[in-house]
Design a protein around this ligand. Structure first.
Ligand SMILES: [Zn+2]
Length: 101
């Protein structure tokens, strides 16, 4: 039986200065998102192709490790809700950032 992966602990802000969720989101926006865009360009793949399949493949690794798909989908839905709220707030603040690509 594989070690239980605690999605709750991975997806909830703990309101500390070094909250795992906030630190991870920083890493993703600084490193992973630009890297995915660069790979798409370098390999002449459509925009967001690596982003979409990269995200799905990363989640697939978690399923291989024993996380139930239903748990993953629920956690993902909550995270997307949070991101969606953030996008709405940005829009209210004066529109989303202009693309630089
Ligand atoms: Zn946080």
């Amino acid at each position: 039986m594989p070690m239980k992966i605690d999605l709750e602990a991975l997806s909830n802000h703990d309101l500390s200065d070094d909250c795992i969720v906030c630190r991870t989101q920083d890493v993703v926006s600084m490193a992973l998102i630009p890297a995915a865009a660069a790979w798409e360009l370098a390999n002449e793949l459509p925009r967001f192709s690596v982003a979409l399949h990269g995200a799905a493949s990363l989640l697939g690794v978690m399923m291989e490790e024993g996380v139930q798909r239903s748990e993953l989908e629920a956690a993902l839905s909550d995270l997307l809700d949070e991101i969606e709220d953030g996008i709405k707030e940005d829009t209210v603040m004066g529109g989303p950032p202009q693309g630089s690509a």
